[in-house]
Ligand binder design. Structure first.
Ligand code: 13P
Ligand code: SF4
Length: 307
């Protein structure tokens, strides 16, 4: 570790000792950020960790919808984002008028939204899901109603195939995961026949078809760490490799595609976290009328996921 980095960490720790701060990071964050976080998890676990925290200040090292989820679930806490420009292009791709049109055309229909959505979209959704619980939650919804799944078509198709039920999809995908091709996986499988293929459900269906395991970021980490195999082709953002290597340093990890890096996730740095704690900026808030409605969809997710 460089001296400068050590100094930054010491300054962050000093503020943490003086104030009631809880740092929550996603597995796609830089390794040095995961290492200083109080909690590291997938998007579902981050939301629950924020909700259960007793700290006055929650700093979310993740993209904007993750900080917004914390602000929605914890209206009385100060939620900080060290880089409010860190966003998720897929979450931003939804046109609310498409969602409202679906609701108008299908008054009994349900809008199931991935947490990768802005608060205004959560506010018009019936329930949220994440990649770790989409299948489990949709399974609990009535089978005779039409469901619009937004925004990730690949995750929606994954859930629909697991549950063998039709869903209406939205034509949007994660640009990072959608870049992994069937050929990438076939080539790597040919080079490493002893490797297991672990992918995120944001990958394309033809990539998922080749996988030994498909799951959320924490699911992929748990699988790799607990598997008897020692070699894995990783079909999700490279950040998960940090945690797997920490727990199981002997496992060999091969990234499915060279560009599996989310630039928005990686735009957060230790210096930005320090600056955010020093200035208490940028505070993430959601207008109360939107927050209250979005909280219903998020709380319903937490309730159904626990059932
Ligand atoms: P997880 O829900 O697996 O943490 O994934 C979030 C995400 O943004 C994946 O690209
Ligand atoms: Fe969004 Fe994809 Fe980045 Fe996840 S990896 S935050 S879905 S752009």
């Amino acid at each position: 570790m460089q001296l400068k980095e050590q100094e930054t960490i010491e300054k962050i720790n000093k503020i943490r000792n003086e104030k009631s701060v809880y740092i929550i990071a996603h597995y796609y964050q830089r390794g040095e950020i995961q290492d200083i976080a109080d909690f590291v998890g997938d998007s579902y676990a981050m939301a629950v960790a924020a909700r259960n925290s007793s700290a006055d200040i929650i700093l979310v090292a993740g993209v904007d919808f993750m900080a917004e989820s914390a602000a929605i679930l914890c209206p009385d806490k100060m939620v900080l984002s060290p880089e409010p420009a860190a966003t998720c292009p897929m979450a931003n791709s939804i046109d609310i008028s498409d969602v409202l049109r679906f609701k108008q055309e299908h008054p009994d229909g349900l809008v199931v939204s991935y947490v990768n959505t802005p608060a205004v979209i959560k506010a018009v959704s019936d329930i949220c899901v994440t990649s770790s619980n989409a299948v489990k939650i949709i399974e609990k919804l009535p089978r005779d109603v039409r469901i619009l799944f937004i925004p990730d078509e690949n995750l929606g198709r994954f859930a629909a195939s697991k549950l063998d039920r039709p869903l209406d999809f939205y034509p949007s995908r994660c640009p990072i995961h959608a870049a992994v091709t069937r050929d990438d996986i076939l080539q790597l499988k040919a080079q490493h026949p002893d490797a297991e293929v672990l992918v995120h459900p944001e990958c394309a269906p033809e990539v998922i078809d080749l996988a030994d395991y498909t799951g959320s970021t924490s699911g992929i980490i748990d699988y790799a760490v607990n598997s008897e195999k020692n070699k894995f082709i990783i079909g999700t953002e490279c950040g998960v490799m940090h945690k797997i290597r920490q727990i199981s340093p002997d496992k060999e990890l091969i990234l499915a595609e060279r560009e599996l890096i989310c630039p928005n996730m990686k735009s957060i740095t230790l210096n930005k976290i320090l600056h955010s704690l020093e200035t208490l900026q940028t505070r993430i808030t959601v207008p109360e009328d939107i927050r209250a409605k979005a909280a219903i969809a998020l709380e319903k997710m937490i309730e159904y996921a626990a059932m």
